[in-house]
Design a protein around this ligand. Structure first.
Ligand SMILES: Nc1ncnc2c1ncn2[C@@H]1O[C@H](COP(=O)(O)OP(=O)(O)OP(=O)(O)O)[C@@H](O)[C@H]1O
Ligand SMILES: [Mg+2]
Length: 473
């Protein structure tokens, strides 16, 4: 048998995903955190250096009153020197945002109002890292102890390309490292998930190996508590199926045997009639009436089997009606009175109260009739049968007692099984197939009732039936 299984729906796939996520995510986060912290450290150290140089330069310019006299050769060469050291450019702005000096000599005399400059005039020392242009920009105020406030601003733009190169190399290494970790994690997760689900695969294999049905015993797989529970449940199911299978086999062999017996008798009787010529008419009559009896017996077995099969088909076919049970019991006894009379058996009905209940009339009557029939059949001549009816607000009880031969204790559990008869040889004389009590029990169970038996060997038997007054499907 080929099974439609999808890898993506499997436990193994889910485990794989969980392991991958758990394995890769922390690695990625850790590497990313390390790289970003190195980045900010590198920026910090660069800005510190620029700031130190710029502050010293600003103090020097203030001391020399550079903003008023920008044409000082020494100061200008110092400006150029610092700009060169940082591979960048320096602008010196006065109070009016006007460029007093540009080391690139491009914007002299221009007015520059940039956020950085504005913030600097407010007393901050702001800086900006432009990762795209690979520059670091910083504004430093020019102040003098003699004069109040900020006299001007030193705007320094330094190249950050060296730092950018280091960062790029670092990022490339980060990606490589992540790739290696991811590959390792996927590989490990694959093996770990395979190992983790192995016991489940073993359970499936063991179940599949039971090819010759449920006769080959139990399966046992050691693994997890879960697999032990699964195999335990499966073994229970197996045992139940074995019981069902056995009882089905027994039932089939019983049925065939029981159906064959009357046919064999008919065949023997017919053969003996055919084999002899010129027989007396009375002999013909006798043989033919025997044949009719056997055919009747065969009919009864077949109709009993059919009604059992019908009862087995759950309770869906129940025709529930609300009826008075007392009258129903009276009618059953009236119908069976002639058979009882033949052996001078007295039938009694004791009704303690009027009982009305929801029942399937056909099934109920067949159940009680079978009990009373048995009570008459397995009774002694001149004996008695007593049917007692009582009820409380929920349940009715019907007891069928007799003064008959009784049932041995060990047989009491078995008499409800199909075809079971206590004394085979004696029962054959009495007649019957052993289906009556099976039919009775199925009918009572279909009403959610119970049936039990009490018997004293040699003195009599009582069947107790208890059924709810209202039927709940
Ligand atoms: N009241 C009883 N007293 C003694 N034995 C009984 C009584 N009722 C049932 N039994 C025993 O239980 C067996 C099963 O009864 P059951 O009614 O199922 O079958 P049966 O009477 O043999 O055949 P039938 O299918 O015709 O009813 C009987 O063969 C009989 O041995
Ligand atoms: Mg019977």
């Amino acid at each position: 048998m080929k099974r439609q299984t999808s890898f993506f729906g499997s436990l193994r796939f889910r485990l794989l995903i969980i392991l991958i996520v758990l394995g890769i995510l922390p690695g990625i986060i850790a590497i990313h955190a390390i790289v970003s912290s190195y980045q900010s450290m590198a920026i910090d150290s660069s800005t510190r250096q620029i700031r130190r140089d710029a502050t010293v330069l600003a103090e020097y310019l203030a001391k020399r009153d550079y903003l008023s006299e920008p044409d000082q050769g020494q100061a200008n060469s110092r400006l150029n020197l610092i700009a060169d050291i940082h591979e960048g450019r320096i602008l010196v702005l006065n109070r009016n945002f006007q460029v007093v000096r540009d080391t690139f000599n491009a914007e002299d005399g221009q007015i520059i109002v940039s956020p950085l400059v504005n913030r600097c005039f407010r007393g901050e020392i702001p800086f900006r890292h432009d990762s795209h242009q690979q520059t670091l920009e910083m504004a430093v105020p020019i102040t003098s102890p003699e004069e109040d406030g900020i006299l001007g601003v030193l705007l320094i733009t330094a190249s950050a390309s060296e730092m950018a190169d280091t960062l790029l190399a670092l990022e490339q290494r980060e990606i490589l490292l992540m790739g290696i970790i991811a590959a390792l994690v996927v590989l490990c997760s694959y093996f770990v998930s395979t190992i983790l689900v192995r016991p489940f695969a073993r359970v499936t294999k063991s179940i599949e190996d039971l090819t010759d049905g449920y006769q080959s015993g139990e399966i046992s797989v050691r693994g997890y508590t879960e697999t032990t529970l699964i195999t335990g449940a499966f073994n229970k199911l197996l045992a139940r199926m074995k019981v069902l299978d056995d009882s089905r086999n027994e039932f089939v062999s019983n049925v065939s045997h029981e159906l064959k017996t009357p046919m064999t008798s008919v065949k023997v009787l017919a053969d003996s009639l055919l084999g002899q010529s010129g027989l007396d008419e009375s002999l013909y009559q006798e043989y033919l009436s025997d044949i009719t009896q056997e055919i009747d017996r065969e009919n009864k077995i077949i109709s009993d089997l059919l009604s059992l099969v019908k009862l087995d088909k759950t309770a869906s076919g129940m025709h529930i009606v609300h009826v008075e049970i007392n009258t129903l019991l009276e009618n059953i006894l009236k119908r069976l009175q002639p058979i009882a009379n033949m052996r001078k058996i007295d039938l009694f009905l004791d009704s303690f109260r009027t009982v009305e209940a929801d029942i399937d009339e056909v099934r109920f009557v067949s159940a009680i009739s079978n009990l009373v029939e048995n009570a008459i059949k397995y009774n002694v001549d001149d004996g008695w049968v007593r049917v007692t009816l009582n009820a409380d607000h929920q349940y009715m009880t019907i007891d069928v007692s007799d003064s008959g031969s009784g049932i041995p204790a060990e047989a009491c559990e078995k008499i409800f099984e199909r075809f079971y008869r206590v004394d085979k040889s004696h029962s054959r004389e009495i007649g019957g197939t052993g289906l009556g009590l099976a039919i009775a029990r199925s009918a009572i169970l279909a009403h959610h009732g119970t049936i039990t038996v009490d018997s004293i060997l040699g003195s009599g038997t009582t069947f107790h039936v208890r059924m709810p007054l209202t039927y709940i499907p």
